[in-house]
Write a protein that binds this ligand. Structure first.
Ligand SMILES: [Zn+2]
Ligand SMILES: [Zn+2]
Length: 402
């Protein structure tokens, strides 16, 4: 078996790992790098026996359009399919011109010589997976992006005990936090902090978060509800929540109280342009106009994005809670957004926890699983802070025979 690191080597995101047996190759993710120029040439093979997508963050799938074989089999789960379909409508992404095969928890899938077992992972994207790959008598575990401090932290014991049993030859792991000493606070603490901030605020609270971070949406919803406020989400978020509510107990805007839906103009346009106008009728009874919010600002927590900041200018929030990756604040869109808020005397607070495992927990995980070789990717660090002799920080293009 040969492992080749195509993307994610000494870079943040952009994961793409190729595994080749005597007969065929598979890909683990095919992501877009977050910080580098994605147009740099990638040497994909002409075809693959299958492509496994760990989750629906773009740094794990969006380079699919550069594959030579447009009919390749792509393995995703039911919820991932729903998210991709929503993204196609609201974000104009066209990536599912591929035949998709569904993945079910712990159910083995055979792709040519490869035996694959998907494991549900705790991450800031709904239904994220790690993959156990067994081929030619060797066992590889690919973590995808993962952590142990979100709403699925109880997966930890189960994952470790299953991997211990398997005697893993190669671990390919998320190393986002390898070069910092951040202690990740839990998602439950985030919920408490948000609840407290809302409690201390007299006036409207606005929030920024990723619509795919369902853990966080649940936290904000619960924090709002505890303060007897209604959480106003945009159409895209409402659509995602409705779709994903069939897989888990989530605040479904069609059936839950303290949840209303705002229809931003740009989202209405996208839905109409993509011939999905019927979506506009779904949440009619739960829809809200700005005038209602202006009349009673103390009653609401309002989701805001830079993309529709201008049309909600007549709102006068007291506090904005920024609840997503701090790196976005350095990019133009959120930088301008923050300056606009701060310039208008609106309090701007960051309340967030990483979607990725901390260095300390990763070290513990490795110590327990005891893989023979460890490849740390999804990090721009190559400092080798891990004090194990069998840890590697592969560069893109690096390949190794196992
Ligand atoms: Zn990632
Ligand atoms: Zn991710």
């Amino acid at each position: 078996m040969i492992i080749r690191f195509i993307g994610g080597g000494r870079e943040l995101g952009g994961n793409c790992v190729e595994i080749t047996s005597n007969n065929e190759s598979i890909l683990l993710d095919v992501g877009m790098p977050i910080e580098k120029n994605y147009s740099e040439e990638i040497t994909f093979r002409d075809t693959y026996a299958g492509i496994l997508i760990s989750h629906t963050h773009m740094d794990h799938y969006l380079r699919m359009e550069f594959l030579k074989d447009k009919k390749v089999n792509v393995y995703i789960s039911d919820p991932m399919k729903d998210i991709f379909e929503a993204n196609e409508i609201f974000l104009n992404e066209r990536i599912l011109n591929y035949k998709s095969f569904l993945l079910y928890e712990s159910e083995e899938v055979e792709i040519g010589d490869f035996k694959i077992t998907p494991y549900l992972q705790d991450h800031s994207s709904f239904d994220s997976r790690g993959f156990l790959i067994e081929v030619e008598g060797k066992k590889v575990f690919y973590t995808g992006d993962f952590r142990f401090h979100g709403r699925k932290s109880s997966r930890k014991e189960n994952l470790i005990s299953k991997l211990k049993e398997k005697d893993i030859d190669v671990l390919i792991t998320d190393g986002t936090n390898i070069s910092n000493n951040k202690i990740n606070i839990t998602e439950y603490s985030i919920q408490k902090k948000i609840m407290q901030e809302i409690k201390n605020t007299n006036g409207l609270v606005t929030v920024n978060f990723s619509s795919q971070n369902i853990d966080r949406i649940v936290s904000i919803y619960k924090a709002s509800r505890k303060n007897n406020r209604t959480f106003i989400i945009d159409l895209y978020t409402a659509y995602l929540l409705m779709k994903l509510s069939k897989y888990a107990k989530l605040p479904n805007p069609l059936t839950y109280s303290h949840l209303r839906v705002y229809y931003p103009q740009n989202q209405i346009c996208k839905v109409i342009k993509n011939h999905n106008s019927k979506i506009l009728n779904l949440f009619r009874e739960k829809s809200i106009y700005l005038d209602e919010v202006i009349l009673e600002p103390n009653k609401y927590v309002f989701q805001i994005r830079p993309s529709f900041i201008e049309e909600v200018e007549k709102l006068t929030p007291t506090l904005n809670i920024y609840s997503m990756w701090e790196g976005y604040l350095e990019k133009e869109e959120y930088n301008k957004f923050k300056s606009h808020y701060v310039g208008n005397g609106i309090s701007f607070k960051i309340i967030h926890t990483s979607g990725h495992i901390s260095k300390t927990e990763l070290k513990e995980f490795i110590e327990q699983v005891k893989p023979k070789k460890i490849f740390i990717i999804h990090t721009n660090s190559d400092l080798g802070e891990m004090s194990f002799s069998n840890v590697f920080y592969p560069e893109n293009g690096f390949q190794i025979e196992i």
